[in-house]
Design a protein around this ligand. Structure first.
Ligand SMILES: [Fe+2]
Ligand SMILES: [Fe+2]
Length: 258
């Protein structure tokens, strides 16, 4: 491990991967934006006044986020077993910690909003397609399909969360916005790992791209349907719906998986 205060861009490729996948690097990344926070937000941030309808909508949206984060938590934990090398296993252990934190702060936010039993509330409000996405991701992990599972999790699921959280953060109440901003910073790191890992595999074996595009068709349909179901449930205006789908598709295409 190269240690603290190293310019990672000056390292050889192997040493670079060791460094950016390390706990050391993870800790330096998160301490800047997590220290001093209480459950992902500043302790002094006041609760914004929400109407009954706004509160209900927020609870439904947060319950769906909890499903996505649980999928990522279980997925990244399971992927440690099939990761092909030490650096990936260590990176996935940092991702597992991140996803556990995301789930925890979202559940805490549900409690603040008056949900007494988040565990019972989440499945009642979760989109069926998102639950199906979670089932499919974990099936790929259990099937020990490294390339497909990393694609499903660190490209598709992460791009979906990135698009949704960014859009939501731009209009959210202060407490929700602060915790989403911290989550988005972690999701960027997770996307970076997926992009790097798959980019190298596609270079080594170009047919990987065809395989991923078949999986992408299947999962895109679930992602877009889950947007639809959640936005139906919370009554999102038409323009925002189209924008969200566009942002998601753009995020995946930016990673070179057009
Ligand atoms: Fe997450
Ligand atoms: Fe993530």
């Amino acid at each position: 491990m190269a240690g603290t205060n190293v310019d990672v861009h000056g390292l050889e490729p192997e040493a670079f991967l060791d460094e950016v996948h390390s706990f050391e690097f993870w800790f330096q990344s998160v301490e800047g934006y997590l220290s001093g926070l209480d459950h992902g937000r500043r302790p002094e941030t006041p609760e914004a006044p929400l109407s009954g309808v706004e509160r209900e909508r927020l609870i439904t949206v947060l319950c769906n986020y909890c499903v996505g984060e649980t999928a990522a938590l279980e997925g990244s934990g399971g992927l440690i077993q099939i990761a092909p090398n030490r650096a990936s296993k260590i990176f996935l252990s940092t991702q597992t910690v991140d996803e556990g934190r995301h789930l925890e702060v979202l559940v805490q936010r549900l409690r603040e909003l008056g949900v007494e039993e988040p565990e019972a509330e989440i499945p009642l409000r979760a989109s069926r397609s998102l639950m199906e996405f979670k089932r499919r991701l974990l099936e790929l992990v259990r099937g020990r399909d490294w390339v497909a599972a990393i694609f499903a999790q660190n490209v598709i699921l992460e791009s979906m969360e990135f698009a949704v959280f960014q859009m939501h953060a731009s209009s959210a109440d202060d407490r929700t916005r602060e915790l989403l901003e911290g989550i988005i910073k972690d999701e960027r790191r997770h996307i970076g790992f997926g992009e790097n890992e798959l980019g190298r595999r596609i270079q080594e074996a170009p047919y990987t791209r065809d395989r991923l595009s078949v999986i992408r068709d299947e999962l895109d349909a679930l992602v877009l349907r889950s947007f639809q179901e959640t936005m139906d449930a919370v009554g999102t205006p038409r323009e925002e719906r189209a924008e969200l789908a566009r942002n998601y598709l753009r995020a995946v295409e930016r990673l070179g998986f057009a």
